[in-house]
Design a protein around this ligand. Structure first.
Ligand code: CTP
Length: 483
């Protein structure tokens, strides 16, 4: 049987089978998508034996390059022909989990071991590559039947507890293919929810990132919410009911940026996260989640070790009394948790404000700051903006904001069209304007840097942005009037 695979990839797979023989199998997502008649580019080969040896032989045959990870028994081959995809070779393995949520202990095994260690039956399918039986599907766990029925089903009862990222994965595949999670699996998911707390921030973020890349992200987020996943990761975390339209806004923003901001390092991830956090999540919670999920954030120091010792307290101990003494009283409901090697203190009812998130580590007390709240703050700042605002004022208003927030706001239909046009004008033109006179020019003409100097430079630049100065000479003659 010749499977329905595009010819260049079919040729690669046949060549692997010719070299590796009965030891070689195509596995995972590619086989699943092949049977679902969907395109897939991730080619994973399992070798019952030495994957690295087969990978090196293929590198020689394809004049390509090979990247070997001897400690994992894996290798990636990139064929010389740039139109061909890279291919991952992995030695068949068996996995055991010592504790829930931790990474597995891996030993080498057979193809059956390798299929049985996987997440769902639909992902535990292999295709033989040897010439004798090329294209034959190996199905040890009823994966084909589940594909036909449209069912997501784990292979054993501890699967979600061993690896709670599979909760995200189950919802992701269900949303992507319009499949149902088996009833028995829904029960297992509920039982495994408490283990989500054990997962590292990077692993959770990685899963949410992958959901946000799916076309059906709103449906997937909805199902994760029904399972109570977010509340299990962070008590009180709720997904905005307007997520579907916010997600659409993010998609529009990314499409606009990829067309208009082609020559810059525009990152789409923060745009998706900003829309994900948009309306419901309070700012202190976005800050706490940025810390927990290792999203972009920085720590601003509020109290140093030395300052704490002046108050006769040590920040090695995080208690209400210590915080009181330092002038940051905590409410009774403040939660104190250990993450990423530091203490995270989330005080939703903080007596000092609307809710505050602190971090304590190495004897210092910090506040978390994250650019992910910028979109919301920008929307608030835009509310009172009068239509007659001058370009220089727009420049000053928008300059501190990250590009991601500006792009997102520029396509947000809840904002007046003229405001969105001003933001686009800033993104496309205004922010790229070079001043006729720079600080460097002034220093060269013998002036010393000062705050007055700063003000003068800004006045000149503002006049230039507003079209009152059109040439360098005009800028210099205006500068002389200041003197
Ligand atoms: N896998 C698993 N458990 C996980 C992650 C991965 O068993 N927590 C296995 C699955 O068999 C999966 C394969 O590793 O098919 C490759 O993982 P990944 O690349 O994440 O998934 P794909 O199946 O390629 O899915 P996608 O189309 O979403 O990339």
């Amino acid at each position: 049987m010749t499977p329905n695979i595009p010819e260049p990839i079919l040729n690669l797979l046949q060549e692997i089978g010719e070299v590796g023989g009965e030891e070689t199998y195509l596995v995972g997502g590619f086989v699943r998508d092949l049977l679902l008649k969907r395109p897939s580019l991730d080619i994973d080969i399992v070798v019952e034996g030495e994957a690295i040896r087969v990978a090196e032989a293929m590198r020689n045959r394809w004049n390509g390059t090979v990247h070997v990870h001897p400690q994992f028994g894996t290798a990636t081959v990139t064929p010389a022909n740039q139109h061909l995809p890279k291919i991952d070779f992995v030695t068949a393995r068996r996995e055991t989990y010592e504790s829930p949520g931790a990474l597995p202990i891996v030993t080498y095994g057979t193809i059956t071991d390798d299929l049985c260690r996987r997440d769902f039956s639909i992902n535990a399918l292999a295709m033989r590559l040897d010439t004798k039986a090329f294209g034959t599907i190996v199905d040890k766990t009823g994966g084909i039947k589940d594909l036909e029925r449209g069912t997501i089903r784990v292979l054993h009862k501890r699967s979600f507890v061993d690896d709670p990222t599979r909760i995200f994965r189950a919802c992701r595949y269900a949303g992507r293919y319009g499949f149902r999670i088996a009833d028995s699996d829904s029960v297992l998911i509920q039982e495994a929810l408490p283990v989500l707390v054990e997962l590292s921030g990077e692993r959770i973020r990685n899963e949410i990132d992958r959901v946000l890349l799916e076309e059906n992200a709103p449906r997937i987020m909805g199902q994760l919410t029904e399972f109570g996943v977010y509340d299990s990761i962070f008590p009180g975390w709720q997904i905005s009911p307007s997520f579907a339209s916010d997600f659409q806004t993010a998609q529009n923003a990314i499409a606009w940026a990829s067309e208009h901001l082609v020559d810059e390092k525009f990152q789409s991830e923060p745009v998706r996260w900003m829309s994900f956090f948009s309306t419901r999540t309070p700012i202190y919670q976005i800050e706490a989640l940025s810390f927990r999920l290792v999203l972009t954030h920085q720590l601003r120091r509020l109290v140093s070790r030395a300052q704490a010792s002046q108050h006769s307290v040590s920040l090695e101990k995080v208690t209400h009394a210590v915080f009181e003494k330092l002038g940051f009283p905590l409410s009774q409901n403040a939660s104190i948790e250990h993450h990423n090697g530091k203490w995270c203190i989330v005080d939703a009812d903080s007596p000092t404000g609307e809710g505050t998130t602190y971090v304590c580590g190495e004897g210092n007390l910090y506040r978390i700051e994250t650019p992910l709240t910028a979109y919301r703050q920008l929307k608030q700042e835009l509310t009172p903006l009068p239509e007659a605002t001058k370009p220089s004022e727009i420049y000053r208003l928008l300059k501190p904001y990250p590009i991601a927030a500006l792009v997102l706001t520029s396509v947000d239909r809840s904002i007046a069209t003229w405001k969105r046009e001003k933001i686009r004008d800033y993104l496309l033109v205004l922010r790229k304007v070079e001043p006729f006179i720079t600080g460097e020019d002034l220093i060269q003409s013998g002036k010393k840097p000062s705050s007055e100097f700063e003000t003068q430079l800004w006045e000149l630049f503002a006049a230039q942005l507003d079209g009152k100065i059109r040439k360098k000479e005009e800028a210099y003659s205006r500068l002389r009037t200041f003197v």
